[in-house]
Structure formats: structure tokens, C-alpha cells
Ligand binder design. Structure first.
Ligand code: ATP
Length: 327
């Protein structure tokens, strides 16, 4: 099991230190796939680097299967952690063929065993026939698979993945995300993934931590993040929708509500009025941007047979059962 408890990481900057990870905790059970999701600069990569042993901790502790890997003043070197890595700049060694790349971390293994293990992981990532190929002969997606095979070959207790698909086109990315999840499941590998791409997080992870400014705001599965966001930032960040004052929707109370695009339904009997600003086809229906009476802008999904013109005024009904409210 991976446990990070109240960890803090700072970088030295002119005239002091800048805290980039601030009291962050997470826990991954063995075989579980976790994901840190957040905007660029929120500290995701720094967390991975700290777990990998490339950044010292100023506070807290990182443990893997009960063993302390990092605490302030004590950083076990990366190669002694039993942690595999596949980072953004996953570049393969150009002077080694595929088998050489995949076997790189197995230098202590007898040659015969190493060859068997290399064949095994190449089979696992769907490249059983490419052991003799050179990196430059492979497509981006194939290189990515080789990098994954290289990371999996030593059977790490934990695999760290930093934006593993960022260099690939979207089709390859979606395909590989599903495949990678299946491979991690099959091998029972515990993994921590970092991405700013929600679709990737949803496709891969059992548990997702939404990060903002060095902290995890909520750690939960995708469905929970969507249906029961813990705070307005998570609500606005996950899925489509807007956080609005309750009053904008004619609701009592001074707090805010999360309005998903399916919550406002065109209905002649409805009590809300909104002006249509823009309509676009999204298939099978359309999406409209509307301006409510108090000026708030919202996005609403329209049925396929509705195509109002900009400037039209729509009557709407709020589906308010189970509406998420804050404050
Ligand atoms: N070596 C460093 N020295 C000083 N500041 C750093 C260093 N590395 C990262 N930072 C800063 O720390 C903050 C967090 O960076 P980090 O790379 O962890 O974020 P991230 O969420 O992974 O972003 P991205 O998705 O862009 O990689 C950023 O503001 C970054 O500029």
C-alpha cells in the first residue's frame, strides 16, 4: 500500500522557498490505480517526484508497504524504492533495440531469465514481435508501449505515470488508456497517474484526487466527484456545468448551486426565463448558451428537435431534485 501523509515539498527560490505541495495526503491500496488531476502548475508532477525520491520532503512521510521511503531529512534513493516510472519525457535509449530498452532495469538478472521476462512484458504490451526493432522504427504509440514494458519489467511495487499519453494523438491516447488500465489490472500493479485530462483520469483510475495549489481537494471515484463534489472548485472542474448563486435560479438561500447542462429543461409551463445567446449542434441534440434574468450565463442541453435562434427567450423548468448546493 502507498501512503503519503501530510507531505510538504518546497523549491528554493530567490530569497527563500516556495511551497508547492502543502499538507497533501493520499492512500492507495495494493492493485489500485490512483490519479492526481489538476491544472498545469498545481503540483502534480512534484508529488510524483517526491514519491519517486527525486524531491526531498519538508514535511510528512511517504510509505510503501509499511516501509518509510521519505521523511524530512531522509530520502531513500530512487533505485532502492521498488518504484517504476514512466514520465512525460519517456524517451527510449536510441542506441539500444527494444529488447535492450525493456531489459535495461534487469541487469542483475541472469541472461536467460532476462530474455524470458523481456518477451513476457513485450507480449503483455502487445509487441511480441518487435524485440529486435530500433526505437526510431516504431510509431509514437509503439514507443509508449515499449516504455511501459520497460517500467513493468522489474515488477515494481508501484508504478508512477506522469501524463503518459501527452505526446500522442487523441485516438491512440484513448485506446492506450483503456489498454493500460487492463494491463495494470492483469498484473495487479499499483499505480499513481498524473494528468490534466479528465477523460484520461476517468478512463484509468479507481480513485481520483482533484488538486489545486498543492493540495487535494477531494479524493474519490469518478462518479462521486461528478455527483457529489465536495466544494465549488471540484464542482466547476469536473464535468460540464457552472456554480451559480442560488438566487440566479430563483431558489431560496444565499449559497451557490451546481448547475449541470441537463438540469434546465425547456418547458412552456416553467417559471424561469432565459435569453438564447448561442446554439451549436453537438449531436444528437444541441447545446445552448443562455443568459438568465440576473445576467448569469449557463449552458443547457436541448433536444434534437429544438433549434431556437439567438435572441429568443426560452421558458425553462429546473430539475432541482438532488441539486448540489454549497454554503
Ligand atoms: N525545480 C523547480 N524549482 C522551482 N520551482 C519549480 C520547480 N519545479 C516545479 N516548480 C514550480 O512548482 C509548481 C508546480 O509544478 P509541477 O510541475 O509540480 O506542477 P504540475 O501540476 O505537474 O504542472 P504541469 O502539468 O505543467 O507539469 C509550478 O509553479 C512550477 O513552476
Amino acid at each position: 500500500m502507498l501512503e503519503a501523509q501530510d507531505i510538504g515539498v518546497s523549491y528554493p527560490v530567490a530569497g527563500g522557498a516556495r511551497t508547492v505541495v502543502d499538507g497533501l495526503s493520499l492512500r492507495l491500496a495494493r492493485g489500485e490505480i490512483g490519479c492526481l488531476l489538476g491544472r498545469s502548475g498545481c503540483g502534480k508532477t512534484t508529488v510524483l517526484r517526491a514519491v519517486a525520491g527525486f524531491e526531498p520532503l519538508q514535511a510528512g512521510e511517504v510509505r510503501l508497504d509499511g516501509r518509510v521511503l521519505s521523511s524530512p531529512g531522509r530520502t531513500l534513493p530512487p533505485e532502492q524504492r521498488g518504484v517504476g516510472m514512466m514520465f512525460q519525457d519517456y524517451a527510449l535509449f536510441p542506441h539500444l533495440d527494444v529488447a535492450g530498452n525493456v531489459g535495461f532495469g534487469l541487469s542483475r538478472m541472469p541472461r536467460r531469465e532476462r530474455r524470458t521476462r523481456v518477451a513476457e512484458v513485450l507480449e503483455l504490451v502487445g509487441l511480441p514481435d518487435r524485440a529486435d526493432a530500433w526505437p526510431h522504427e516504431l510509431s509514437g504509440g509503439q514507443q509508449q508501449r515499449v516504455a511501459l514494458a520497460r517500467a513493468l519489467a522489474p515488477s515494481p511495487a508501484l508504478l508512477l505515470l506522469d501524463e503518459p499519453f501527452s505526446n500522442l494523438d487523441i485516438d491512440t491516447r484513448e485506446h492506450l488508456a483503456a489498454e493500460l488500465r487492463a494491463i495494470l489490472r492483469r498484473t495487479g500493479t499499483t499505480a499513481l497517474l498524473v494528468t490534466h485530462d479528465q477523460a484520461e483520469a476517468f478512463a484509468m483510475a479507481d480513485a481520483i484526487g482533484v488538486m489545486e495549489q498543492g493540495r487535494i481537494l477531494q479524493w474519490a471515484d469518478a462518479a462521486t466527484l461528478y455527483a457529489a463534489p465536495a466544494d465549488p472548485f471540484v464542482a466547476g472542474f469536473i464535468g460540464r456545468g457552472r456554480v451559480l448563486p442560488a438566487a440566479s435560479l430563483g431558489l431560496a438561500g444565499s449559497g451557490q448551486v451546481l448547475l449541470r447542462p441537463d438540469r434546465l429543461v425547456p418547458d412552456r409551463q416553467g417559471s424561469l426565463r432565459a435569453e438564447v445567446l448561442a446554439v451549436s449542434f453537438r449531436g444528437p441534440g444541441r447545446v445552448a448558451v443562455l443568459r438568465l434574468g440576473d445576467g448569469a450565463l449557463v449552458e443547457v442541453d436541448l433536444p434534437a428537435d429544438m433549434a431556437p435562434a439567438p435572441g429568443a427567450v426560452l421558458a425553462l423548468r429546473l430539475r432541482d431534485e438532488g441539486l448540489v448546493r454549497f454554503g
